[in-house]
Design a protein around this ligand. Structure first.
Ligand SMILES: [Ca+2]
Ligand SMILES: [Ca+2]
Length: 450
């Protein structure tokens, strides 16, 4: 039991260390931005840019007491270190919806829970868009932008995506990518240029914040005149996700819709974490084994961390399906209440599915069938008890938390799951998953019965 106790302490320490960073993305920004629109010109750091921001900028220029760039760093719309008429001009253009360049925060994530920010500039408003990664696509389709997406990595390489993003895929041309030896995805620049030639207004690519995985060759993309906007949409951080939704809405001139969506994300996140904090300790799932983590007791992996945030007591991650014999040791085995297997079907990981179809058969083949030779999952008590859940992964973070929470504690999360799924799916063009032979959570026995 000693190992379990140590793991629990490490997790508590990780959560305590994580919380205070929630408002500033772990460093890099000039000031804690909370869940505000992270755009320079948004002087008062609320969720839009309007006359209130202009008033602040003008007060700084006229040196009113209490008003300075130090107090209002986001007043510097031109991002040149001083507040003057040029900042007023930029904000006036934004308010009048005239084209201009805006400075904003891009998000960079290490594949785990660490998020950094960097100030970049982007042409505003964005018209035709390119996207990578299915959770970014989810944000775009939720904002009602399907028809403006003219290039996407998932085209021709999707599974569930092709149902959720049918309209987007129909409109968009494929963006190709390859991997380097460290699994960094490198966008094929010729495919990007091809889309830009065909759609001259397509000079913005929205990518996920996975700096190491998604569009790693950012400078090459920028060299062909394409702005790269990084959104922190599926990492286990609330504020950065909400700020990213607002940023996407602002840059595409659909901010009102973004505010609505951001509010829904906040509600789901808050409700999930409230449920997690009130779970009786005896009811907490003692040990979750999450395939997809990259280390043993890998609490920093985003998928594992989402399990913890949803109320899990402890997490073991295991790279791919490769686990060691230790999993069968009494100490571990008896403490595994549930095995959550995170099923990806996104643009980056879609290649796991050879035939690009996400359905019960391919999930089983990819996560169970072939794994049997290499792993000992099937010998664990949890597996024998059928306490194994396949959870669709890589939705935006609030929804991901909900899916994990529901898989672990259906009794507690049931009502919220039903209600939130309905609301969230109503944001997706094309409606629901009904009749598509795909759902969000499968139990092992359910998969095997197909
Ligand atoms: Ca404002
Ligand atoms: Ca300035």
């Amino acid at each position: 039991m000693a190992a379990i106790a140590i793991a629990a302490i490490v997790i508590i320490a990780a959560i305590v260390a994580f919380l205070p960073k929630g408002n500033n993305g772990g460093g890099g920004s000039d000031t804690p931005i909370g869940v505000a629109l992270p755009v320079y010109g948004n002087a008062d750091l609320d969720s839009d840019i309007d006359d209130d921001d202009l008033k602040i900028i003008k007060k700084i220029i006229s040196k009113e007491t209490g008003y300075s760039i130090a107090t209002y760093p986001f007043a510097d719309a031109k991002k040149d270190g001083i507040i003057d008429q040029r900042d007023v001009d930029v904000v006036q253009k934004i308010i009048k919806k005239e084209p201009t360049s805006v400075y904003h925060l891009n998000y960079y994530n290490d594949g785990a829970v660490n998020v950094k920010t960097k100030v970049v500039d982007t042409k505003w408003p964005c018209e035709d868009l390119m996207v990578t990664y299915n959770s970014v696509m989810f944000a775009m389709t939720s904002l009602g932008l399907d028809e403006r997406v003219v290039g996407a990595t998932a085209v021709g390489n999707t599974s569930l995506d092709k149902y959720v993003y049918a309209k987007m895929i129909e409109n968009a041309d494929p963006l190709s990518y390859t991997y380097d030896s460290s699994w960094n995805s490198m966008m094929d620049i010729s495919s990007v240029s091809k889309v830009m030639l065909k759609h001259p207004k397509a000079h913005t690519m929205f990518v996920s914040a996975y700096g190491n995985y998604d569009a790693y060759n950012e400078s090459e993309i920028e060299n062909v005149g394409c702005d790269v906007v990084r959104l922190c949409e599926s990492n286990p951080t609330r504020d950065e996700t909400i700020a990213s939704v607002l940023l996407a809405g602002f840059l595409t001139n659909t901010l009102d819709r973004a505010k609505e969506l951001a509010s829904l994300y906040s509600d789901i996140w808050d409700s999930c974490t409230r449920i997690a904090s009130t779970l009786p300790i005896d009811d907490k799932t003692g040990f979750i084994v999450n395939v997809g983590g990259d280390s043993i007791a890998g609490t920093s992996n985003q998928h594992n961390y989402k399990c913890l945030l949803a109320g899990g007591k402890s997490v073991l991650g295991a790279a791919s399906q490769n686990i060691g014999t230790w999993i069968l040791e009494d100490e571990y085995n008896k403490n595994i209440d549930k095995i959550l297997i995170i099923v990806w079907s996104n643009a980056n990981n879609g290649f796991f599915f050879g035939n690009h179809e996400l359905n019960p058969q391919t999930i089983l083949a990819n996560y169970v069938g072939e794994a049997g030779e290499d792993t000992l999952w099937e010998k664990t008590d949890a597996w024998k008890r059928d306490d194994v859940y396949f959870v669709y992964g890589d939705y935006p973070t609030a929804f991901d938390l909900l899916l994990r929470g529901y898989a672990m504690y259906p009794d507690y999360y049931g009502a919220l799951f039903d209600e939130s799924c309905k609301k969230m799916l109503s944001f997706i063009s094309g409606g629901t998953f009904e009749g598509k032979n795909v759902q969000l959570i499968y139990k092992l026995s359910e998969l095997q019965s197909y």
